[in-house]
Design a protein around this ligand. Structure first.
Ligand SMILES: [Zn+2]
Length: 380
Protein backbone atom coordinates (compact mmCIF):
# COMPACT_ATOMS: atom_id res chain seq x y z
CA UNK A 1 0.00 0.00 0.00
CA UNK A 2 1.79 3.02 -1.12
CA UNK A 3 0.23 6.11 0.07
CA UNK A 4 0.06 8.64 2.62
CA UNK A 5 -2.17 11.59 2.23
CA UNK A 6 -0.86 14.70 3.83
CA UNK A 7 -2.96 17.80 3.79
CA UNK A 8 -2.97 20.70 6.09
CA UNK A 9 -4.46 23.96 7.11
CA UNK A 10 -7.97 25.24 7.16
CA UNK A 11 -8.84 27.54 4.31
CA UNK A 12 -8.28 31.06 5.51
CA UNK A 13 -5.70 30.05 8.04
CA UNK A 14 -2.49 31.72 7.07
CA UNK A 15 -0.09 30.55 9.71
CA UNK A 16 0.56 27.00 8.48
CA UNK A 17 2.29 28.24 5.38
CA UNK A 18 4.84 30.16 7.42
CA UNK A 19 7.33 27.40 7.97
CA UNK A 20 6.87 25.85 4.59
CA UNK A 21 5.87 22.64 6.27
CA UNK A 22 2.40 22.22 5.00
CA UNK A 23 2.20 20.88 1.51
CA UNK A 24 -0.60 21.31 -0.93
CA UNK A 25 -3.07 18.48 -1.18
CA UNK A 26 -1.84 15.70 -3.40
CA UNK A 27 -4.95 14.63 -5.31
CA UNK A 28 -3.05 12.45 -7.74
CA UNK A 29 -2.08 10.23 -4.84
CA UNK A 30 -5.64 9.50 -3.90
CA UNK A 31 -5.79 7.01 -6.72
CA UNK A 32 -2.95 5.04 -5.24
CA UNK A 33 -4.77 5.09 -1.94
CA UNK A 34 -7.46 2.73 -3.07
CA UNK A 35 -7.13 -0.32 -0.90
CA UNK A 36 -8.57 -3.74 -1.48
CA UNK A 37 -12.34 -3.52 -1.48
CA UNK A 38 -13.12 -5.52 1.63
CA UNK A 39 -15.47 -3.53 3.78
CA UNK A 40 -13.50 -1.77 6.48
CA UNK A 41 -14.79 -1.20 9.98
CA UNK A 42 -14.16 1.83 12.19
CA UNK A 43 -13.39 0.23 15.54
CA UNK A 44 -12.44 3.14 17.76
CA UNK A 45 -11.79 6.86 17.89
CA UNK A 46 -9.08 7.87 20.35
CA UNK A 47 -8.36 11.45 21.36
CA UNK A 48 -4.87 12.00 22.74
CA UNK A 49 -3.39 14.99 24.52
CA UNK A 50 -6.74 16.36 25.66
CA UNK A 51 -5.96 15.42 29.26
CA UNK A 52 -3.25 18.05 29.45
CA UNK A 53 -4.45 21.31 30.97
CA UNK A 54 -4.45 24.01 28.33
CA UNK A 55 -3.23 21.53 25.70
CA UNK A 56 -1.31 23.01 22.78
CA UNK A 57 -2.73 20.38 20.49
CA UNK A 58 -4.71 17.18 20.25
CA UNK A 59 -4.38 14.09 18.12
CA UNK A 60 -7.37 12.11 16.95
CA UNK A 61 -6.77 8.55 15.80
CA UNK A 62 -9.39 6.57 13.88
CA UNK A 63 -8.59 2.88 14.21
CA UNK A 64 -9.88 0.50 11.54
CA UNK A 65 -10.15 -3.16 10.85
CA UNK A 66 -9.32 -3.40 7.19
CA UNK A 67 -8.25 -0.48 5.03
CA UNK A 68 -10.89 2.17 4.34
CA UNK A 69 -11.06 4.39 1.30
CA UNK A 70 -11.27 7.95 2.55
CA UNK A 71 -11.20 11.56 1.46
CA UNK A 72 -10.59 14.44 3.74
CA UNK A 73 -12.05 17.91 3.51
CA UNK A 74 -11.03 21.08 5.29
CA UNK A 75 -14.15 23.18 5.73
CA UNK A 76 -14.14 26.85 6.80
CA UNK A 77 -16.43 28.23 9.50
CA UNK A 78 -19.89 28.76 8.10
CA UNK A 79 -22.80 30.31 10.00
CA UNK A 80 -22.98 28.59 13.36
CA UNK A 81 -20.64 25.83 12.21
CA UNK A 82 -16.98 26.13 13.22
CA UNK A 83 -14.06 25.27 10.94
CA UNK A 84 -13.97 21.52 10.46
CA UNK A 85 -11.94 18.62 9.21
CA UNK A 86 -14.22 16.00 7.68
CA UNK A 87 -12.97 12.48 7.01
CA UNK A 88 -15.34 11.02 4.45
CA UNK A 89 -15.34 7.26 4.48
CA UNK A 90 -16.53 5.05 1.67
CA UNK A 91 -18.08 1.71 2.34
CA UNK A 92 -17.17 1.71 6.00
CA UNK A 93 -19.24 0.46 8.91
CA UNK A 94 -18.62 1.36 12.51
CA UNK A 95 -18.89 -0.48 15.77
CA UNK A 96 -21.62 0.31 18.33
CA UNK A 97 -19.00 1.35 20.84
CA UNK A 98 -17.83 4.29 18.74
CA UNK A 99 -19.47 7.32 20.38
CA UNK A 100 -21.59 9.48 18.12
CA UNK A 101 -20.14 12.62 19.65
CA UNK A 102 -17.26 13.32 22.02
CA UNK A 103 -16.72 16.78 23.49
CA UNK A 104 -13.04 17.70 23.79
CA UNK A 105 -12.83 21.49 24.24
CA UNK A 106 -9.09 21.80 24.46
CA UNK A 107 -6.02 21.74 22.22
CA UNK A 108 -7.76 23.46 19.30
CA UNK A 109 -10.48 20.81 19.11
CA UNK A 110 -14.07 21.30 20.21
CA UNK A 111 -15.68 18.01 19.37
CA UNK A 112 -15.35 14.80 17.36
CA UNK A 113 -18.59 13.45 15.91
CA UNK A 114 -19.95 10.94 13.46
CA UNK A 115 -22.13 12.29 10.70
CA UNK A 116 -24.29 10.97 7.91
CA UNK A 117 -25.56 10.54 5.17
CA UNK A 118 -22.11 9.64 3.93
CA UNK A 119 -20.42 8.01 6.84
CA UNK A 120 -17.91 10.55 7.97
CA UNK A 121 -16.05 11.68 11.03
CA UNK A 122 -16.11 15.41 11.65
CA UNK A 123 -13.73 17.36 13.86
CA UNK A 124 -15.07 20.74 14.98
CA UNK A 125 -12.07 23.01 15.41
CA UNK A 126 -11.37 26.16 17.36
CA UNK A 127 -10.86 29.25 15.19
CA UNK A 128 -7.41 29.23 13.59
CA UNK A 129 -6.55 25.70 14.67
CA UNK A 130 -5.24 23.75 11.67
CA UNK A 131 -5.76 20.01 11.38
CA UNK A 132 -3.42 17.76 9.42
CA UNK A 133 -4.42 14.36 8.20
CA UNK A 134 -2.26 11.35 7.46
CA UNK A 135 -2.50 7.61 7.81
CA UNK A 136 -0.45 4.75 9.21
CA UNK A 137 -0.83 1.05 8.55
CA UNK A 138 -0.79 -2.25 10.45
CA UNK A 139 -3.42 -1.65 11.74
CA UNK A 140 -4.86 1.02 9.53
CA UNK A 141 -5.15 4.35 11.32
CA UNK A 142 -6.21 7.76 10.10
CA UNK A 143 -4.53 10.38 12.24
CA UNK A 144 -5.59 14.02 12.55
CA UNK A 145 -3.19 16.35 14.36
CA UNK A 146 -4.84 19.54 15.56
CA UNK A 147 -2.69 22.44 16.72
CA UNK A 148 -4.00 25.13 19.04
CA UNK A 149 -1.04 27.32 18.15
CA UNK A 150 1.91 28.04 20.36
CA UNK A 151 1.42 29.65 23.72
CA UNK A 152 5.06 29.55 24.59
CA UNK A 153 5.65 31.92 27.44
CA UNK A 154 8.86 33.65 28.30
CA UNK A 155 10.82 32.13 31.16
CA UNK A 156 8.83 28.97 30.88
CA UNK A 157 10.68 26.02 32.34
CA UNK A 158 11.93 23.65 29.65
CA UNK A 159 10.03 20.39 29.33
CA UNK A 160 11.55 17.12 28.17
CA UNK A 161 9.40 14.09 27.40
CA UNK A 162 11.17 10.74 27.66
CA UNK A 163 9.51 7.77 26.01
CA UNK A 164 10.52 4.30 27.16
CA UNK A 165 9.88 2.11 24.10
CA UNK A 166 7.28 -0.69 24.00
CA UNK A 167 5.55 -1.98 27.17
CA UNK A 168 2.49 -4.03 28.06
CA UNK A 169 1.81 -6.68 25.48
CA UNK A 170 4.67 -5.41 23.31
CA UNK A 171 7.90 -6.22 25.12
CA UNK A 172 10.08 -5.35 22.11
CA UNK A 173 13.35 -7.22 21.68
CA UNK A 174 14.75 -9.65 24.21
CA UNK A 175 17.83 -11.56 25.26
CA UNK A 176 16.59 -14.69 27.01
CA UNK A 177 20.01 -15.85 28.07
CA UNK A 178 20.55 -12.71 30.17
CA UNK A 179 16.89 -12.23 31.03
CA UNK A 180 16.76 -8.85 29.29
CA UNK A 181 13.51 -7.48 27.92
CA UNK A 182 13.66 -4.27 25.90
CA UNK A 183 10.55 -2.68 27.45
CA UNK A 184 11.97 -3.18 30.97
CA UNK A 185 15.48 -1.99 30.19
CA UNK A 186 14.12 1.02 28.29
CA UNK A 187 11.91 2.00 31.24
CA UNK A 188 14.82 1.70 33.64
CA UNK A 189 17.04 3.79 31.35
CA UNK A 190 14.30 6.43 31.02
CA UNK A 191 13.85 6.66 34.79
CA UNK A 192 17.60 6.92 35.34
CA UNK A 193 17.82 9.57 32.60
CA UNK A 194 14.98 11.54 34.17
CA UNK A 195 16.56 11.63 37.62
CA UNK A 196 19.95 12.54 36.18
CA UNK A 197 18.45 15.32 34.07
CA UNK A 198 16.56 16.71 37.08
CA UNK A 199 19.83 16.72 39.02
CA UNK A 200 21.92 18.54 36.44
CA UNK A 201 19.18 20.87 35.15
CA UNK A 202 16.94 21.57 38.15
CA UNK A 203 14.75 24.00 36.24
CA UNK A 204 13.90 21.41 33.61
CA UNK A 205 10.65 19.48 33.88
CA UNK A 206 10.86 15.85 32.81
CA UNK A 207 7.90 13.64 31.94
CA UNK A 208 7.78 9.97 31.00
CA UNK A 209 5.19 8.67 28.55
CA UNK A 210 4.87 5.59 30.77
CA UNK A 211 6.17 4.78 34.26
CA UNK A 212 4.95 1.18 34.43
CA UNK A 213 4.78 -1.81 32.12
CA UNK A 214 1.77 -0.63 30.13
CA UNK A 215 1.26 -0.55 26.39
CA UNK A 216 0.95 2.79 24.64
CA UNK A 217 0.19 3.31 20.98
CA UNK A 218 2.96 4.89 18.95
CA UNK A 219 0.61 7.80 18.18
CA UNK A 220 -0.12 8.44 21.83
CA UNK A 221 3.52 8.87 22.76
CA UNK A 222 4.35 11.98 20.79
CA UNK A 223 0.79 13.31 21.11
CA UNK A 224 1.54 13.89 24.77
CA UNK A 225 4.70 15.83 23.91
CA UNK A 226 2.77 17.95 21.40
CA UNK A 227 -0.06 18.67 23.83
CA UNK A 228 2.42 19.72 26.51
CA UNK A 229 4.54 21.77 24.09
CA UNK A 230 7.64 19.86 25.09
CA UNK A 231 11.05 21.20 24.10
CA UNK A 232 12.45 17.76 23.30
CA UNK A 233 11.08 14.26 22.79
CA UNK A 234 13.43 11.31 23.28
CA UNK A 235 12.28 7.75 22.68
CA UNK A 236 14.57 5.20 24.32
CA UNK A 237 15.08 1.72 22.88
CA UNK A 238 17.54 -1.15 22.72
CA UNK A 239 18.67 -2.54 19.43
CA UNK A 240 18.60 -6.20 18.41
CA UNK A 241 19.23 -8.29 15.37
CA UNK A 242 18.17 -11.74 14.30
CA UNK A 243 21.55 -12.13 12.64
CA UNK A 244 24.83 -12.42 14.55
CA UNK A 245 26.03 -8.97 15.63
CA UNK A 246 29.72 -8.28 15.21
CA UNK A 247 30.08 -5.01 17.05
CA UNK A 248 26.81 -3.68 18.51
CA UNK A 249 26.95 -0.01 19.44
CA UNK A 250 24.91 3.14 20.04
CA UNK A 251 22.80 4.85 17.37
CA UNK A 252 20.53 7.89 17.51
CA UNK A 253 17.82 8.32 14.90
CA UNK A 254 15.92 11.25 13.50
CA UNK A 255 12.85 10.89 11.34
CA UNK A 256 13.53 10.88 7.69
CA UNK A 257 13.06 9.04 4.48
CA UNK A 258 15.62 6.42 3.81
CA UNK A 259 16.14 3.49 1.54
CA UNK A 260 18.83 2.00 3.67
CA UNK A 261 17.80 -1.61 4.05
CA UNK A 262 19.03 -2.00 7.62
CA UNK A 263 17.26 1.18 8.71
CA UNK A 264 14.07 0.00 7.06
CA UNK A 265 14.24 -3.31 8.84
CA UNK A 266 14.80 -1.60 12.17
CA UNK A 267 11.97 0.85 11.51
CA UNK A 268 9.65 -2.02 10.61
CA UNK A 269 10.48 -3.76 13.87
CA UNK A 270 10.02 -0.66 16.03
CA UNK A 271 6.81 0.25 14.20
CA UNK A 272 5.41 -3.25 14.40
CA UNK A 273 4.88 -3.12 10.67
CA UNK A 274 6.36 -4.58 7.51
CA UNK A 275 9.28 -3.20 5.53
CA UNK A 276 7.02 -2.70 2.51
CA UNK A 277 4.69 -0.51 4.54
CA UNK A 278 7.54 1.66 5.68
CA UNK A 279 8.84 2.23 2.17
CA UNK A 280 5.37 3.04 0.95
CA UNK A 281 4.71 5.73 3.48
CA UNK A 282 8.05 7.37 4.11
CA UNK A 283 8.53 9.74 1.22
CA UNK A 284 5.21 11.50 1.62
CA UNK A 285 5.46 11.67 5.37
CA UNK A 286 8.71 13.53 5.00
CA UNK A 287 6.74 16.46 3.61
CA UNK A 288 4.82 16.63 6.85
CA UNK A 289 8.03 17.21 8.70
CA UNK A 290 9.07 20.79 9.34
CA UNK A 291 12.52 21.84 8.34
CA UNK A 292 13.29 23.84 11.51
CA UNK A 293 12.15 20.93 13.63
CA UNK A 294 14.27 18.53 11.57
CA UNK A 295 17.37 20.66 12.13
CA UNK A 296 16.72 20.78 15.87
CA UNK A 297 16.30 17.00 15.85
CA UNK A 298 19.67 16.54 14.17
CA UNK A 299 21.37 18.80 16.72
CA UNK A 300 19.73 16.98 19.61
CA UNK A 301 20.62 13.61 18.09
CA UNK A 302 24.27 14.60 17.62
CA UNK A 303 24.60 15.63 21.26
CA UNK A 304 22.83 12.58 22.66
CA UNK A 305 24.89 10.29 20.44
CA UNK A 306 28.20 11.88 21.46
CA UNK A 307 27.49 11.98 25.20
CA UNK A 308 25.94 8.51 25.38
CA UNK A 309 28.88 7.00 23.56
CA UNK A 310 31.36 8.79 25.79
CA UNK A 311 29.71 7.68 29.04
CA UNK A 312 29.05 4.19 27.71
CA UNK A 313 32.73 3.82 26.84
CA UNK A 314 33.67 4.52 30.45
CA UNK A 315 32.29 1.02 31.10
CA UNK A 316 32.73 -0.63 27.68
CA UNK A 317 35.75 1.02 26.06
CA UNK A 318 35.07 -0.65 22.69
CA UNK A 319 31.42 0.44 22.49
CA UNK A 320 30.84 1.08 18.78
CA UNK A 321 29.65 4.36 17.32
CA UNK A 322 26.85 3.68 14.83
CA UNK A 323 26.32 7.40 14.49
CA UNK A 324 23.31 9.64 13.91
CA UNK A 325 20.98 8.05 11.40
CA UNK A 326 17.66 8.61 9.75
CA UNK A 327 14.75 6.22 9.70
CA UNK A 328 11.00 6.16 9.34
CA UNK A 329 9.92 5.65 12.92
CA UNK A 330 6.17 6.11 13.39
CA UNK A 331 6.67 7.25 16.98
CA UNK A 332 8.41 10.42 15.72
CA UNK A 333 5.85 11.29 13.06
CA UNK A 334 4.02 14.53 13.73
CA UNK A 335 6.20 15.59 16.68
CA UNK A 336 6.34 19.37 16.75
CA UNK A 337 9.56 19.60 18.73
CA UNK A 338 13.05 18.19 18.16
CA UNK A 339 12.57 14.47 18.55
CA UNK A 340 14.90 11.51 18.36
CA UNK A 341 14.97 7.78 18.99
CA UNK A 342 17.99 6.33 20.78
CA UNK A 343 19.02 2.71 20.34
CA UNK A 344 21.20 2.77 23.42
CA UNK A 345 22.95 -0.61 22.98
CA UNK A 346 22.46 -4.05 21.45
CA UNK A 347 20.53 -6.63 23.43
CA UNK A 348 21.84 -9.32 21.08
CA UNK A 349 25.53 -8.39 21.27
CA UNK A 350 27.08 -10.39 24.09
CA UNK A 351 29.38 -7.76 25.67
CA UNK A 352 26.61 -5.13 25.71
CA UNK A 353 23.96 -7.59 26.89
CA UNK A 354 26.19 -8.66 29.75
CA UNK A 355 26.92 -5.03 30.64
CA UNK A 356 23.20 -4.21 30.56
CA UNK A 357 22.61 -6.67 33.39
CA UNK A 358 24.67 -4.33 35.57
CA UNK A 359 23.58 -1.05 37.13
CA UNK A 360 26.79 0.82 36.34
CA UNK A 361 26.40 0.41 32.57
CA UNK A 362 22.72 1.42 32.61
CA UNK A 363 23.61 4.44 34.72
CA UNK A 364 26.42 5.38 32.34
CA UNK A 365 24.08 5.24 29.32
CA UNK A 366 21.39 7.24 31.15
CA UNK A 367 23.95 9.84 32.26
CA UNK A 368 25.02 10.15 28.65
CA UNK A 369 21.48 10.61 27.35
CA UNK A 370 20.79 13.19 30.07
CA UNK A 371 24.02 15.08 29.35
CA UNK A 372 23.20 15.15 25.66
CA UNK A 373 19.73 16.58 26.33
CA UNK A 374 21.14 19.13 28.79
CA UNK A 375 23.81 20.18 26.34
CA UNK A 376 21.13 20.67 23.66
CA UNK A 377 18.87 22.72 25.97
CA UNK A 378 21.77 24.93 27.11
CA UNK A 379 22.94 25.65 23.56
CA UNK A 380 19.54 26.75 22.23
ZN1 LIG B 1 12.43 -0.81 20.40
Amino acid sequence: MGLLLVVAGCPGDSSPKADGALPEPLPELLEQAKPARDKARLVRIDVYGAGAADAAGTRVVLLFEGAPLFHQKQLPAQGILPARVAIELEDVEWGDSVPVSQAVNTGGLQRVRLATPNPRVVLDLRPGAPGRVFYLTDPYRIVVDVSAGSRRRKNRRPLVVLDPGHGGREPGAANDRHGLIESEVALDLAELTASRLRAIMPRTRVMLTRSTDVGLSLEERCALANAMEADAFVSIHLNASSEPVRKGGVATFVLDTTNNRQALRLAARENGTRVAEVTGIQSLLAKYHRRSQAEGSLTLAGKIQRHTLKRGRSVLPKLANRGVRRAMFYVLVGARMPSVLVEASFLTYEPEARALTRANYRRALADGIASGIASYLLAR
